[in-house]
Design a protein around this ligand. Structure first.
Ligand code: F6R
Length: 587
């Protein structure tokens, strides 16, 4: 979703901002803009498109000055147009702002400001922030009082940074991340540590409603009453090198290939895993939540927690959580799974559960994320930054950590550690099917509908496989529980259908073969993903045999590879699929 960057220091600001916005591109966006302050004047340039393209057409990187703000926008209120792109001015060019989140009361604020004579240019909710700042600044010419008054008027979620013509930049946040990066002779204010990690690993995470003001020499943080507050400096440990595509054509392909290594190194956080397990075993009710891919991890966690650790758990999509769950108290634990740790639906579920007394455990890829910070205990999947917008390596890393936790809970009954080497080897063998899957993708490029069928724990992989193909290749793909076919979906199957069957050799395998024959009788093409061939398959993707519990970790790879090559076959960019953001920070 949107990214924010502000900088005040000694460097030429525009090129710093352009580079920062490029590093945050993975979050997803549709337009770009920059404002720089030079000789008491704020200059804004913005347009629809990718950072590199807009930079080329508007020469963003050469805008003058040493202070400025930048933004990539993911449209929520108002279409994808240059006028809706950020930064937004007030009525004059003396204040400009960039904003992430949703201002829920923007309509009434807008009406009030229009009544006072303000003229709005865009259709966004964000523009009211610029006009509010302008209004209060005109009254008292005091930036601190102005920003406090403005924040008091805002309802909803926000992280914003404002630039004033005197060269001050300031910002505030509520339920959207905003982080200060401190460098020699300067400061960054960003929505993501990747915005400044090339310059500094010293980060200060602002709390909700904190206000930061960076003027000529100093950076101060205040609360909403105007009192100075101290926030600790955190050393951020992400390696920038990992953002490089290396020898691969896309980040997504590189990240798919990183999976064996990631599984190999899971489980190093021994003490924390034990703390996690202790909290879990001392709870009466165990709930799991997540969105998208992370929800599919939650489904697998639910399955193996119950089967092996004998802990009954419920998995609820985060977007449904608030409508579903009341039976939560201080004997409950909620495990929230989120790659980014910033997903609004997940954070909202966690806050609701926390209010009802539940303890919060989280599994994240970003140990300094909002989710990690509000959890009682948090584990990192530690798979390095995932730049491809669709989740790939973070899914296998989540699964690998979940298996490690369950293994600990059932006192080693899964023998995960001992099986790891063969699992890693199996993952490498699945990656060797890439050429075959590439040619299968060519054959499927014009498919209108694809169905992915799985039973038992493999149903979650059918859902995940379908999600990958939908989001990367824009083909209608449905994951279906094999046993449910006869309860309706079979009506959709005909000779134009492509059906992928997730069918490794385990207790569900024979039933799956029966389902496959029912499908075949209706003329569909069947692609079997299994360690054993079968005559019913028209196409066979062989995966290696592993201990049956661990199949989900390896059987998802063929779907990731297929989705990647389908995207290429359809001329879609697999790294930045349309309408998908890396960090979905709005509800
Ligand atoms: C799928 C995908 C999304 C995310 C979902 C949750 O490829 O990228 O469905 O899985 O938005 O994101 P996190 O895990 O960051 O909470």
């Amino acid at each position: 979703m949107c990214s924010i960057i502000g900088y005040k220091g000694q460097l030429n600001v525009a090129s710093v901002l352009v580079d920062s916005l490029k590093r945050m591109e993975y979050r997803g966006y549709d337009s770009v803009g920059i404002a720089t302050i030079n000789n008491g004047k704020i200059l804004v340039k913005k347009d629809v498109g990718r950072v590199a393209d807009v930079n080329k057409s508007l020469d963003l990187g050469r805008m003058p000055g040493h202070t400025g703000i930048g933004h990539t926008r993911w449209a929520t209120h108002g279409g994808v147009t240059d006028k809706n792109a950020h930064p937004h001015y007030g009525c004059t060019d003396r204040i400009a702002i960039v904003h992430n989140g949703i201002i829920e009361n923007y309509r009434e604020l807008r009406e009030e400001l229009i009544f006072l004579g303000h003229i709005f240019i865009s259709d966004t909710d964000s523009e009211v922030i610029a006009h509010l700042l302008e209004r209060y600044y005109a009254e008292q010419k005091n930036i601190k009082k102005t920003i406090i008054q403005t924040c008091r008027r805002l309802k909803g979620t926000y992280a914003f940074v404002a630039a004033f013509e005197d060269g001050t930049i300031c910002g505030s946040r509520y339920d959207e991340p905003l982080i200060i990066g401190s460098v020699n002779n300067g400061y960054f204010i960003s929505s993501d540590v990747l915005g400044f990690l090339e310059y500094t690993d010293k980060a200060v995470f602002l709390e909700n409603r904190d206000i930061v003001i960076v003027d000529s020499e100093t950076c101060h943080i205040f609360d909403l009453e105007g009192n100075i507050v101290n926030r600790p400096i955190t050393k951020v440990a992400w390696e920038l090198a990992a953002i490089d595509k290396g020898k691969y054509a896309h980040h997504t392909l590189k990240e798919i290939h990183e999976q064996p290594k990631i599984v190999e190194k899971t489980g190093t956080q021994n003490l924390k895993i034990q703390e996690f397990c202790n909290i879990l075993t001392n709870s009466k009710t165990v709930l799991l939540t997540g969105s998208g891919t992370s929800y599919h991890s939650a489904l697998i966690a639910k399955h193996i927690l119950s089967k092996f650790a004998k802990i009954r758990a419920e998995a609820i999509m985060s977007s449904e959580f608030q409508y579903t769950f009341d039976a939560i108290d201080n004997t409950s634990v909620l495990i929230a799974i989120s790659q980014s740790g910033e997903t609004a639906d997940v954070l909202q579920s966690v806050k609701a559960a926390k209010q009802m007394g539940a303890r919060i455990l989280s599994i994240v890829n970003n140990p300094t994320s909002s989710l990690a910070r509000i959890s009682d205990s948090s584990l990192s999947i530690d798979c390095g930054p995932e730049i491809g917008v669709a989740a790939t390596k973070s899914f296998t890393a989540q699964l690998s950590l979940i298996y490690t936790i369950v293994d600990r809970l059932c006192k080693g009954c899964l023998d995960f550690e001992a099986n790891k080497a063969s699992l890693v080897d199996a993952l490498r063998q699945v990656l060797d099917t890439e050429i075959q899957i590439h040619s299968i993708a060519e054959g499927l490029r014009d498919a209108r509908d694809i169905y992915i069928i799985g039973r038992s724990i493999h149903y979650a992989i059918a859902l995940e496989g379908a999600l990958k193909i939908k989001e990367l290749a824009y083909i209608h793909t449905e994951g279906i529980a094999a046993g449910e076919l006869k309860h309706g979906p079979l009506a959709l199957i005909d000779r134009n259908s492509y059906v992928l069957l997730v069918n490794p050799n385990d207790i569900a395998s024979e039933d799956n073969i029966s389902s496959a024959y029912e499908i075949k009788a209706r003329g569909a093409t069947i692609i079997g993903i299994s360690d054993r061939p079968n005559n019913v398959y028209d196409i066979f993707i062989k995966i290696p045999s592993v201990k049956s519990t661990f199949y989900p970790i390896i059987e998802v790879l063929p779907f990731q590879i297929l989705a990647y090559y389908l995207a290429l076959a359809k001329n879609a960019d697999p790294d930045y699929p349309r309408n998908l953001a890396k960090s979905v920070t709005v509800k």
